[in-house]
Write a protein that binds this ligand. Structure first.
Ligand SMILES: [Zn+2]
Length: 73
């Protein structure tokens, strides 16, 4: 699986496709980017902006996404 490192925080406008490099030819599996948390409005880095709608902030701040899974709830 490909991965992207976070770019400088923007307003959530930039979206970049993440490619599955193991697939020939490579295919887009998801899109990454900054997005606003649906619950608290905080910008957070999302590896999958289609699925992850709630923040899971690292570093001691409260986070809205409490379950450590992929469904974004
Ligand atoms: Zn949040």
């Amino acid at each position: 699986m490909g991965s992207l490192s976070a770019w400088a925080q923007d307003d959530g406008t930039r979206r970049e496709p993440v490619l599955d490099a193991d697939h020939k030819p490579p295919r887009v599996v998801r899109c990454a980017g900054w997005r606003k948390c649906m619950r608290c409005g905080r910008l957070f880095w999302s590896d999958d902006v289609q699925r992850l709608h709630l923040c899971a902030w690292n570093g001691g701040n409260p986070e809205c996404r409490t379950r450590n899974d992929d469904d974004g709830i």
